[in-house]
Design a protein around this ligand. Structure first.
Ligand SMILES: [Fe+2]
Length: 388
């Protein structure tokens, strides 16, 4: 996606015969493409037909009914660590905020699974808050560590394997109805990252070679289609891909690799932009030096972003403009209301030289609805914490 990548064996010319070792049977080529045939794509070469499905079963028990229709339009703060549903990387997800284009989950993963997962309708941003391991897919393996932000394009079949299931493994997942993209202004006319982009190609982790499997059997793929889930039994191992090349594949970028920009006076959130979708943006707040003009106020001024809801997921450090938040907290500041630092936070920031905060901001163009999971873990004092 950010650049051309190739892994494993591929034929010299695409759409030509590519024989297996027996010299007679063909590998099966699959074009994996976006925006019809006009967007980024990859060509994968499978041992077996990628279309073979033995059976399908609807899994209604996996659909979460967590709507909270009475949720007030107000400032919300909730502690996602207070709700931990034991399970694997598919079933431990708890939905906290959603609209038609953006769904925000956290997951405390304490169980391994042999099942595979494919989000058929959505792209996924998977933030590794805690834990280490490997993300496996038909494109290969990506070794991950805390801070990694894994972009999983729609319809990639994958697994997340943690090294230790007794450890505190935590994910924050943001599902999008449109693709995650590198902002246009970070790329030159040839697609290369510009010199003033907050990252360079070498900061991205692309999939590495994973020994392809030609194994036959009953392989379970859990397919998510909006809020419906299906079990597809495939007769061949889903990672039976001997090679691929192209621009469309999962990759990771660590929040610690983000190069922040600093200014003479307060710079607005667009300077923290990391990824863009068609319906929201995602920013990385990272340790940085503060504004250096005499008397500059590092904390943000009060502001009304009339077209967007603002979500912050707090990762590490002391967030300079918010009181009471903890690592793993989420705050929601809805559009149509002003927001800003709590009493004392503006004054506290004056004269400070730097911040050590790590946080992820998601600004959506359509209002977000909190779920009963947010309601259950709510900080009930937060909405009124601006009363002096
Ligand atoms: Fe804001």
């Amino acid at each position: 996606m950010p650049f051309y990548h190739s892994v494993g064996d591929i034929p010299r010319v695409k759409h030509t015969t590519f024989f297996k070792k027996d010299g007679k049977s063909l590998y099966r080529e699959e074009l994996f493409s976006s925006k019809g045939f006009s967007g980024v794509y990859s060509n994968k070469y499978h041992y077996n037909l990628p279309t073979a499905v033995k059976s399908v079963r609807h899994l209604p028990e996996m659909t979460q009914d967590v709507s909270w229709p009475e949720a007030p339009v107000l400032y919300h703060h909730f502690f996602t660590d207070d709700l931990q549903t034991p399970g694997d990387f598919i079933r431990s997800r708890n939905l906290f905020l959603y609209n038609d284009h953006c769904k925000i989950y956290t997951a405390h993963v304490n169980k391994d699974t042999d099942e595979f997962f494919r989000n058929a309708y959505g792209a996924e941003y998977v933030f590794i808050h805690h834990g280490e391991g490997e993300m496996l897919s038909e494109f290969g393996k990506i070794r991950f560590e805390p801070g990694d932000q894994i972009i999983v394009p729609r319809a990639v079949t994958y697994q997340i394997k943690f090294d230790d299931y007794t450890a505190n493994n935590k994910l924050m997942i943001c599902e999008s109805s449109t693709a995650y993209e590198i902002p246009r202004n970070y790329r030159n006319e040839y697609g290369q990252m510009t010199e003033d982009a907050p990252y360079a190609e070498r900061d991205f982790k692309a999939p590495e070679y994973l020994e392809p499997s030609d194994e036959a059997g009953d392989f379970v793929v859990i397919l998510k289609a909006g809020e419906r889930f299906f079990e597809h039994i495939m007769p061949h191992h889903p990672f039976g891909v001997v090679g691929w090349d192209g621009f469309l594949y999962p990759f990771a970028f660590n929040i610690k690799s983000y190069h922040p920009k600093v200014g003479r006076i307060h710079l607005p959130p667009p300077v923290h932009l990391c990824f863009k979708t068609g319906q929201f943006i995602l920013c990385n707040f990272v340790p940085r030096l503060y504004d250096f003009y005499p008397g500059a106020i590092p904390a943000p001024y009060f502001h009304s972003n009339i077209d967007s809801d603002e979500v912050l997921y707090y990762v590490d450090g002391d967030f300079m403009s918010r009181k009471g938040v903890k690592n793993g907290s989420i705050t929601l500041h809805p559009g149509g209301m002003p927001h800003g630092p709590q009493p004392g936070k503006t004054e506290d920031s004056v004269g400070k030289e730097k911040t050590e905060e790590y946080a992820i901001m998601i600004d959506t163009y359509q209002p977000l609805l909190p779920t009963t999971n947010a309601q259950k873990t709510l900080d009930r004092d937060y909405a009124h914490s601006w009363l002096e």
